[in-house]
Structure formats: C-alpha cells, structure tokens
Design a protein around this ligand. Structure first.
Ligand code: ACO
Length: 398
C-alpha cells in the first residue's frame, strides 16, 4: 500500500507518493491504458489491431506524429531510415574500443550519449528541423549501434547496413551477419511485432525519465540516453534478462517450480517471480498474450521441446492459481515470454534489454516531443518531506 501523507508547502498541498503511483505528471494524447480491463491503445488504436496489421515503421510514425502515415509518408520515412542507418565512423571506432565484457546496455548508454556529440547539428531542442533530424537519426541508427555492440561483444567484424533491406531485416542482418537465402521472414515479422508491442507504455520508468530530463531542455539524444539507463534495471526493461536467468536457475535445480514459487511467497527470501506483476495492469497485460502466442509459434519450429518454455508455462499456471498472486493481481507482463523468443532467435541473454530499447525508442521520442510542445510543461522538480535531524550546532574542533 502506498503511504500517502500530506503537508502544506509554500505553494500549496504537497503529497507524499513514493514511486508516483497516484501522481499524474502531464496530460498526454499518446497511449491509453486501462490496467483493470487489460486494454492498451496507441493514439486510440488497439494494440491487437496494430500487432495484426501494422509494421514498426508505421507505428513509429503514428506515435511520433499522432496519425498513421499515408503511403507517401511511409515511403519517405522508410527512405530516410535507410539513408541514415550508417553511424558516424568515429562512433564505430568508439564501439570497437568498448570492453568486450561490457554489458550491452552500458555500451548502448555510452553510444547514445555519443550520438549527441557526433550529431551536434541536430541537438537544438528549440529548432523543429533539428528535432526532426534527431528523431530520424536516432530511429535509423539505434539498431546499427545495437548490432555493432553485439558484434564487438562476440568478437565479430562489423556488418554495415545494407540499403536493399528493410528496417528489421537490416538489423538482424547486421547482428547475425548475412546468411544464405537471407534473413528468415518469420524472424523478421516476429522482431517487428515485438518492437511494436514495446513501442510505448505511457509513463513507465524510462519514459518518465526521458520526460524529466527533457523538462530541463536537454536535447533529445541526452534525454533518450537517460531513458536507456532507466530501462536497464531489472524491475523495468532488465526484467527480460532476469526472467531467462530465473528460468535457467530453476532448471539447474531439476525444474522444481513448486519450491521456487514457495520461495517467492516467503518475504524473507526477497525473491520475485520476474516477468510477473505490473504497476498499472491488474489483469492480463495484453502484450503478454500476443507474445505468448508468438513464443509458441517460434519455439514450435525448434526440434524437441524447449525445457525453459515448459518451465515458464508451469510457472504461469502455478502462479495464476495461487492465492498469493491472485490476491495481489499479479499476471505475466510483457517480459515473461520475450526472452525465450530472443534466445530462440540467437540473441545472448544480455542483449535482451537492448532489443527492448530499440522497440521503446519511438515512444520515448513521442513523449519528449509532446513535452516540448506542451504549454503547461515545467521543469520536473518533485518535493520531499524532510525527515532528517532538526537544526544542530556544529561542535567545532577542540
Ligand atoms: N513476484 C512476487 N511478488 C510480487 C511481484 C513479483 N513479480 N510483483 C509484485 N509483488 C508483490 C509485492 O511483494 C507486493 O506484495 P505486498 O503487498 O505483500 O507487499 C505486491 O505484490 C505489490 O507489489 P509492488 O512492488 O508494490 O508493485 P509495484 O507496482 O511497485 O511494482 C513491478 C511493479 C516493479 C513491475 C513489480 O511487480 C515487480 O518487481 N515485478 C517483477 C519485475 C518485472 O517483471 N518487471 C518488469 C515490469 S514490466 C516493464 O517494466 C517492462
């Protein structure tokens, strides 16, 4: 339960709301969530319909500009993403110098910060043309940066963007290298769908961070880099990595799901069922339903059963019928099944959160732009309730 105390400050009532569970920080037209009913819509379009019919590029346009693109707008966006996909040579060299053992999210954060240094001509937040350039360069280059981070971490040569390939196809090609017959279309569609499902989720921790940083009039690159850092934590985007590690841990102890659930329910153990629970959803996360279907589709192509997927299904079944989870309305969230799909595609576990970042990027950009155009926006500056010592006299030195 949230402790809610009030006091009167010099500017009126101050509420104490740890984690901002009951505090709205802005009005927004981007994403609608009804957490009790399990509804998610981008700009009014139900996520299920977008998942069924749209491409990630269309969703990027929808989130950033408020409307689905016309065919001409989509062609233009596609061309600009393609033409801007190569990253500056200096950044390429920097990524090549990152420690091999660095976590890819640490590398991503560093690289996105460096994008501001390499794109100084697109850093003025007050110039709409520069903001437009920054938007395109970020969307075009984040997958290239991510792929090069992966190549560096796995000791492989860089694969440059291929202008003949689509956005997602190009990303997979740069990550895994060219293969005979090209990138598997099912994997392209799966990745595109996962990006769509991650594209926005109103004021989650990383998006709120992007807005807080943007509220100081920091440029788009700096604000997005902050979002990347917020996303890296295991309670947020880092949960997809944590879920897989949890499943592997359970597998190591002979797949003992009962004992694991017991441990989660024991407060002393401080163990959470990763990939479960959500601040807003108190019902099924509509994204997790789509992702579970996709996991079934991708994993069914593998030979033999996937033991980790079986464990995940068992955990879900146990949790959904267990009073602890029922009472707290804990359901699988977007991250519960994603890791299994990424793993089947060939991504190492520590790259999972980077994939989340590529998907979430248009949402971060849309929120930053909305904030910049909001006449009511002010610098984000929460208050506190001071509970430290009252005034004390410094004893001095004897
Ligand atoms: N496993 C076990 N118990 C849980 C879990 C979980 N995954 N999530 C919440 N609870 C329990 C809490 O212990 C608490 O119990 P209590 O009332 O007896 O003290 C109750 O449910 C409410 O939990 P809070 O932590 O207050 O919920 P909050 O809204 O602050 O946290 C969060 C939401 C961070 C997502 C949480 O559910 C969690 O840690 N989940 C696991 C990590 C995860 O999957 N994160 C990804 C979220 S989705 C995303 O960011 C993309």
């Amino acid at each position: 339960a949230i402790e809610l105390k009030t006091l009167l400050g010099s500017t009126g009532m101050v509420t104490l709301d740890p984690g901002f569970g009951n505090t709205a920080a802005c009005r927004s037209e981007i994403t609608y969530i009804d957490g009790d009913a399990g509804i998610l819509r981008y700009r009014g379009y139900p996520i299920e319909q977008l998942a069924e019919g749209a491409t990630f590029a269309e969703v990027c346009h929808l989130l950033v500009h408020g409307e689905l693109p016309t065919p001409e707008q989509l062609d233009e966006l596609t061309a600009r993403l393609r033409d801007n996909a190569a990253i500056p040579a200096g950044l390429r060299d920097l990524i090549a110098a990152f420690p091999v053992e660095a976590h890819p999210m640490a590398s991503l954060s560093g690289a996105v910060n460096m994008l501001a240094a390499f794109h100084a001509d697109a850093c003025d937040p007050a110039d709409p043309a520069q903001v437009d350039e920054a938007t395109i360069r970020l969307l075009a280059q984040l997958p290239t940066v991510a792929a090069q981070i992966h190549r560096r971490a796995t000791g492989q040569d860089v694969v440059e963007p291929d202008p003949s390939l689509g956005y997602v196809e190009n990303f997979l090609n740069m990550t895994f290298g060219p293969t005979e017959g090209g990138v598997d279309p099912l994997l392209v569609r799966a990745m595109d769908l996962l990006f769509i499902l991650h594209a926005d989720h109103e004021l989650n921790c990383s998006t709120a961070t992007v807005r807080v940083v943007g509220s100081s009039q920091a440029d788009l690159f700096a604000s997005i880099a902050a979002g990347v850092n917020a996303l890296s934590g295991p309670l947020h985007g880092g949960a997809n990595q944590a879920v897989l590690e949890m499943l592997e841990g359970i597998q190591r102890v002979d797949g003992d799901v009962d004992s694991f659930i017991k441990k989660v329910k024991d407060r002393e153990s401080k163990t959470r069922l990763m990939g479960f629970g959500h601040r807003v959803y108190k019902n099924f996360d509509p994204r997790s339903k789509q992702i579970k279907k996709l996991a079934q589709q991708i994993l069914s192509r593998q030979e033999g059963e996937d033991r980790l997927f079986e464990l995940a299904l068992q955990l879900e079944e146990h949790a959904l019928s267990d009073q602890y989870f029922v009472d707290r309305k804990l359901y699988p969230n977007v991250d519960f099944y994603t890791g299994l799909i990424y793993r089947a595609m060939g991504f190492p576990t520590n790259m999972f959160t980077v994939l989340f970042a590529i998907g979430r990027l248009p949402g971060w950009i849309a929120h930053w732009r909305e904030l910049r155009n909001d006449p009511a926006a002010r610098i984000a500056r929460p208050r506190q309730l001071y509970v430290g010592p009252k005034e004390r006299a410094y004893p001095g030195r004897s």
